[in-house]
Design a protein around this ligand. Structure first.
Ligand code: SAH
Length: 388
C-alpha cells in the first residue's frame, strides 16, 4: 500500500472515488499545506477520516526522538517498513525553522570520513519517505513556519535524483517552501548537478568539496575519480549561471590533511571565480577514519586565510551537539551496530544564503574525546524520549 506522501493526486482521486470532487484538493492541502494526518482533518466527515487513515498510512515510525539546545534542536530516528533507519533533524529559531532530511538509507559514496559512507548503502528513499520528513518537521515546528529544507542528511541526494526531484517539487509547489530556501547538498555527482541546473527551479547547491586538488580528493571523496575537479567546477559554474543562486562549498577541516595554507590557497583558487561561499566544519571523528578535526585556532586561521584571499567563508555554528545530531550517530547508537559507526554528517543551513549567515548547523561535533563526551551528554541531554 502506498503511504500518505507517496500517493500522487491521481492516486488520491482514486482513493476518494465516490466522494465530492473537491475532496481531493482538500485532503491534498491538508497533507501538504497544513501537514496534518487524515485522522486530524477535522474538516472531513469522521467516517472519511477513519477510512483515509487506513488508506494513507505513515511511512515513518519514530524509533527515537531527542531534543537539545533547550528544545531548539530535535532529532528523529525513523524506522521504515523494511526496518531501514533514517534520521531527520529540525532546527528551530525564534522566527523560522530549518529541517535537514535524509534521501537514502545509507550511502554508496564511501567518503572516508563519513559514518554513513562507512556503513554502506541500503536503499533509495521513496518520494513519500523524503516528503514525510518535511511534513513531520513542519508539524513539530508550529507555530513557526518551516521555511528552509536542506537535503544534507543521510545519503547522496543526486544519486537518487528520480525520487529526490519530485520530492523537492512537492515541497516547492505543494508545501509552499520557496525553492530559494531548499538546498541540495552533493558530493559532486556531476550529471545530477547538470540536471538541477537545467530544471528551471532555483534551488541552492552545496558541494561537499573537502579537497581542492584531485590527488587528495580522490582519496577523501572517491566519486572524484569519476568526476574530477575540473568537470565538477564546470558543472557548478553552469548551475550558478543558469539559476543565479549562490554556490556553497562544504569543507570539513581535518587536522593535518586539508587545513594548511596551501589547502586554503587551492580552495580559494576554485571558490573565488565561482564566488562560492565556503562553510567550514571541523571534522567529526568516526571509527572508520579516526583523524581529528582541526583545533579551533586552526579553524579560525584557515577561515582568515580564505577571507584574506577574498573568499567568503564562515565556520558553521553548532546545533544539537549534545544529542549527536550529526547524521548517522543516532541511527548508529540505536542500532548498536559497529558497522553503522557513530557520527558523521554535519549539516547546516546554507538556505541562509539570503541572510548571508550560516548559523544552522546541526552536526559539527567539535569534541574528539567521544567517550568522555558521551558521559557528559548523559547529563546534558534535556529530553530523551524512546518511542515504542
Ligand atoms: N551526500 C551529501 C549530503 C549528506 S552529507 C553530501 O556529501 O553533500 C552532509 C555533509 O556532512 C557533507 O558536507 C559531508 O561531507 C559532511 N560530513 C560527512 N561526514 C562528516 C564528518 N565526519 N565530519 C564533518 N562533516 C562530515
Amino acid at each position: 500500500m502506498a503511504t500518505a506522501y507517496d500517493v500522487d493526486p491521481a492516486g488520491l482521486a482514486a482513493i476518494l472515488a465516490g466522494e465530492p470532487a473537491y475532496r481531493v484538493r482538500q485532503v491534498w492541502d491538508g497533507l501538504y499545506r497544513r501537514a496534518v494526518w487524515p485522522e486530524d482533518m477535522t474538516d472531513l466527515p469522521a467516517r472519511l477520516r477513519e477510512e483515509l487513515g487506513r488508506q494513507l498510512p505513515a511511512a515513518l515510525s519514530p524509533a527515537l526522538e531527542r531534543t537539545a539546545d533547550g528544545g531548539d534542536t530535535v532529532k528523529w530516528l525513523w524506522e521504515l517498513h523494511d526496518g531501514a533507519r533514517i534520521e531527520t533533524v529540525l532546527m528551530l529559531y525564534p522566527d523560522r525553522a530549518t529541517v535537514c532530511v535524509s534521501t537514502q538509507a545509507g550511502c554508496a559514496m564511501a567518503c572516508q570520513f563519513c559514518a554513513t559512507g562507512q556503513a554502506g548503502f541500503r536503499r533509495h528513499l521513496t518520494v513519500g519517505e523524503i516528503v514525510e520528513q518535511v511534513a513531520r518537521a513542519a508539524a513539530a515546528a508550529r507555530p513557526r513556519r518551516l521555511g528552509n529544507v536542506v537535503l544534507m542528511g543521510m545519503g547522496e541526494p543526486l544519486a537518487n535524483f528520480d525520487r529526490v526531484w519530485p520530492a523537492v517539487l512537492r515541497m516547492v509547489r505543494d508545501m509552499g517552501i520557496s525553492a530559494r530556501h531548499v538546498t541540495v547538498s552533493t558530493v559532486g555527482v556531476v550529471p545530477g548537478i547538470r540536471r538541477l541546473a537545467a530544471s528551471g527551479v532555483p534551488v541552492n547547491l552545496a558541494v561537499s568539496l573537502h579537497a581542492a586538488n584531485d590527488r587528495l580528493r580522490d582519496r577523501l571523496v572517491p566519486i572524484n575519480r569519476r568526476y574530477p575537479l575540473d568537470v565538477l567546477v564546470d558543472a557548478c559554474a553552469e548551475h550558478v549561471e543558469r539559476t543565479g543562486r549562490r554556490l556553497s562549498f562544504e569543507w570539513a577541516l581535518i587536522a593535518g590533511v586539508n587545513d594548511g595554507a596551501a589547502d586554503a590557497a587551492e580552495l580559494a583558487a576554485i571558490a573565488g571565480p565561482l564566488r562560492a561561499h565556503v562553510n567550514l566544519i571541523p571534522l567529526n571523528p568516526t571509527p572508520g577514519y579516526p583523524v581529528r578535526g582541526s583545533a579551533p585556532a586552526v579553524v579560525r586561521e584557515f577561515r582568515d586565510r580564505l577571507l584574506g584571499l577574498g573568499v567568503n567563508a564562515t565556520v558553521r555554528s553548532t546545533r544539537g551537539v549534545e544529542i549527536d545530531a550529526a547524521c548517522g550517530q543516532l541511527a548508529a547508537r540505536a542500532a548498536s551496530s559497529p558497522a553503522a559507526g557513530p557520527g558523521n554528517a554535519a549539516a547546516g543551513d546554507p538556505g541562509s544564503a539570503d541572510r548571508g549567515a550560516d548559523e544552522g548547523a546541526h552536526g559539527s561535533v567539535l569534541s574528539v574525546a567521544k567517550g568522555k563526551r558521551n558521559a557528559q551528554q548523559a547529563h546534558r541531554i534535556g529530553a530523551q524520549t524512546r518511542v515504542p
